[in-house]
Design a protein around this ligand. Structure first.
Ligand code: F6P
Length: 341
């Protein structure tokens, strides 16, 4: 059996750990051969296939990014996309695919699987919003990076007695903001799931200054004010119809300054949250996902995605484009409101 592997969507730490574990177990235990499809679905469309064996995966466990490259290509937006993918698989003798991706890449995998292409999915994203799994790898690393940044920002905020707004990733879900904000002792945490009241944010900021501490406001990039719209960098859409976000952090600092008469600045963490070496937890989770994904291929369990359920790795249907993303439950968010202000 020859298995193709691809990584799609925004990269995240731990992708290489999955690739390594899929290949190592597949070759050693099952005698599979592997091929890499470059740059997500783009390589599948263009027939860009590279060798992927044990030598190619040596030493990649701690490396960030993906040795296979990634893209946000949506084959259903390209003429004859499905036929071109089938042609690539036939031309290279690929019998099955392991697709490592977030909601968009996996949505395509679910549809291709419905159309008869044998696929096993592996959930990835720093955003932790793929439905069906308790955690995705990449998330723990991103939270660690953001929490460390918040720790550092506390001391400089205190020195200047100003508000520091920290904008983290998370378009539709506030998992990174909530976890990093709680771990970093933020005074305000804003998430997309809960539109915020700017007057309330300013009241929390003022009360923090009254105790002679400088406020740290952590906001997800997709957080929205109650009365307004998302703040967008530009209006261009990717092939999955997503806008490019960013701007809420600057908006918040401006509003806080104007409304409270105190100084406020913004730090946008951006892609630094996705770069570099994965945490030990993400290496562990990615490795387990890889081992179980290759088992699923061996068992012919196509159309399934490996997922973390408690401490067990289970198989669930690959989430399709209709499956809602996994968002922060209001009651979980409310647990931490006691720390605000
Ligand atoms: O998919 C994960 C993610 O990092 C989101 O949190 C963020 O909104 C988006 O990707 C950024 O995408 P790009 O890499 O295209 O700027």
């Amino acid at each position: 059996m020859k298995v193709g592997v691809l990584t799609g969507g925004g990269d995240c730490p731990g992708l290489n750990a999955v690739i390594r574990s899929v290949v190592r177990k597949g070759v050693q235990e099952y005698g599979f051969e592997f091929a890499g499809l470059r740059d997500g679905w783009l390589g599948a469309l263009q027939g860009h296939v590279v060798p992927l064996g044990v030598p190619e995966v040596r030493g990649i466990l701690p490396r960030g990014g993906t040795i296979l490259g990634s893209s946000r290509t949506n084959p259903f937006k390209h003429e004859d996309g499905v036929r071109r993918i089938r042609d690539t698989l036939t031309a290279h003798g690929i019998d099955a695919l392991v697709v490592i991706g977030g909601e968009d890449t996996l949505g395509v995998a679910a549809e291709l699987s419905r159309q008869g292409i044998p696929i096993v999915g592996v959930p990835k994203t720093i955003d932790n919003d793929v439905p069906g799994t308790d955690y995705t790898f990449g998330f723990d690393t991103a939270v660690g990076i953001a929490a460390e940044a918040i720790d550092r920002l506390h001391t400089t905020a205190e020195s200047h007695m100003r508000t520091l707004v920290v904008e983290v990733m998370g378009r539709h879900s506030g998992w990174i903001a909530l976890h990093a904000g709680v771990a970093g002792g933020a005074n305000v945490i804003l998430i997309p799931e809960r539109p915020f009241d700017i007057d309330q944010v300013c009241a929390w900021v003022k009360s923090r200054f009254e105790f002679h501490y400088a406020p740290i406001v952590v906001t997800a990039e997709g957080a929205v004010p109650k009365e307004g719209q998302m703040v967008l960098k530009d209006r261009s859409l990717d092939e999955y119809g997503h806008v490019r976000l960013s701007g809420i952090g600057d908006w918040l600092a401006r509003e806080i300054s104007e409304r409270t008469g105190t100084d406020a600045r913004t730090t946008v963490l951006g892609h630094v949250q996705r770069g570099g070496t994965p945490s030990a937890f993400d290496r562990w989770l990615a490795t387990r996902f890889g081992l179980h994904a290759v088992d699923a291929v061996k068992d012919g369990a196509f159309g399934t995605m490996v997922a973390l359920n408690g401490t067990r790795i289970v198989r669930v249907p690959i989430p399709d484009a209709e499956t809602p993303t996994k968002v922060v439950d209001p009651s979980l968010y409310s647990e931490f409101e006691v720390f605000f202000g």
